[in-house]
Design a protein around this ligand. Structure first.
Ligand SMILES: C[S@@+](CC[C@H](N)C(=O)[O-])C[C@H]1O[C@@H](n2cnc3c(N)ncnc32)[C@H](O)[C@@H]1O
Length: 340
């Protein structure tokens, strides 16, 4: 047995340095600039982004050392360009852009997480709610913040949508509704992968135009429709499959059970319910992202929390679902499937 080292402790303790360097690069549009105009020298990049001379070469070299940039040549003539990953996922013009979630993390969560200790002591949300707002009320307050949030959800869920398209037996079903489907990140991936499927997004009315614009950009408006409604007050539309992604974790246990029961009622016999998010492993030891997400729900909501596959399957069984199973999707995400 080798003696313990403090390496991992220090790495995690200081991980916010690297995190903020990446978030600031996204905020500044560094990867988009390099995708458009790169390769660029440090000085050219500094000018384009409007940075102080002290920012170079340390800022781009830090991103290089973290694996987010490549560099060729030496000294002041050295040029920087994107890696394959940053060119694909952090160029704002790329259809695979995942920076929306990072922009949201940078603008909101990074500051709110500074109050994690207070949240842990009090159990009280540490976001806009602290000053009298509520999560969706404040995010949905202006068209820009609404669009930013919905795009962020696409960044978070499009990968899970692609995996869901591959790992669920869609041939057996014709229609689906994504409840709380936001911009349509998942719905679009499903419709692209399965031409026989038609479906929609059931979400708050204000989301409609942003969903419809996104769907039109993929020419899927013939098959994907918007259904306005409030999932606590209004009935859910019926369809063969009902999906809820990153919905249950926003709410307390009673509200979670109410949503599961309502979904059961809305489905036909044989219909399927797919819940997807960073579902925690049953032993609560491995899915660190899922557990951190649950702490994020403490920061963001009055009673929300993430949960294990066993928890979710229990709620489904209690609501009447016959068969349930957990299927891993991409990264920390899994889907929980219940068949009526
Ligand atoms: C955290 S986002 C999840 C988005 C998407 N399902 C995903 O996984 O990326 C929550 C979504 O639920 C919607 N929502 C919140 N409260 C709602 C309600 N009462 N009725 C319908 N939709 C609601 C929000 O507008 C938002 O699109």
């Amino acid at each position: 047995m080798s003696p313990p080292t403090p390496d991992r402790i220090l790495q995690t303790g200081m991980a916010f340095w690297g995190s903020k360097a990446l978030l600031s690069a996204v905020e500044l549009g560094l990867f988009t600039t390099l995708a458009q105009d790169g390769p660029l020298t440090g000085e050219e990049l500094r000018e384009r982004l409007g940075l102080h001379p002290r920012a170079v070469p340390d800022f781009p070299d830090t991103l290089l050392a973290l694996g987010f940039l490549e560099r060729e040549g030496d000294g002041v003539a050295a040029t920087y360009r994107n890696t394959a990953e940053t060119a694909t996922f952090l160029d704002r013009r790329s259809p695979a852009y995942v920076g929306g979630i990072l922009e949201m993390a940078n603008a909101r969560l990074y500051g709110f997480w500074n109050s994690l200790t207070e949240g842990l002591r009090t159990g009280v949300p540490q976001n806009e709610a602290k000053t009298g707002g509520d999560l969706f009320g404040s995010i949905y307050g202006t068209p820009e913040s609404l669009k930013g949030f919905l795009q962020a959800m696409t960044g978070l869920s499009a990968g899970a949508g692609r995996a869901m398209a591959a790992k669920f037996p869609w041939k057996k079903y014709k229609t689906f509704i994504d409840v709380g489907g936001a911009q349509g990140g998942v719905a679009v991936q499903l419709a692209l992968a399965h031409k026989h499927l038609s479906g929609g997004n059931y979400d708050l009315a204000v989301v409609g135009p942003i969903f419809e614009e996104y769907v039109r950009s993929f020419k899927l408006d013939g098959r994907l429709k918007f259904h306005p409604g409030d999932f606590f007050k209004d009935p859910l539309p019926s369809s063969d499959v009902i999906i809820m992604g990153h919905i249950l974790h926003d709410w307390n246990l009673e509200e979670k059970r109410a949503l599961v029961a309502k979904t059961y009622k809305a489905l036909p016999k044989g219909g399927a319910y797919i819940i997807h998010e960073a579902i925690i492993d049953d032993d609560r030891r491995k899915n660190a992202f899922g557990l951190l997400m649950s702490l994020n729900m403490l920061i963001e909501t009055p009673g929300g929390f993430d949960y294990t596959g066993a928890d979710g399957q229990g709620w489904m069984k209690d609501a009447g679902f016959r068969k349930t199973r957990v299927v891993p999707l991409a990264g920390p995400d899994s889907m929980l499937i219940g068949v009526k």
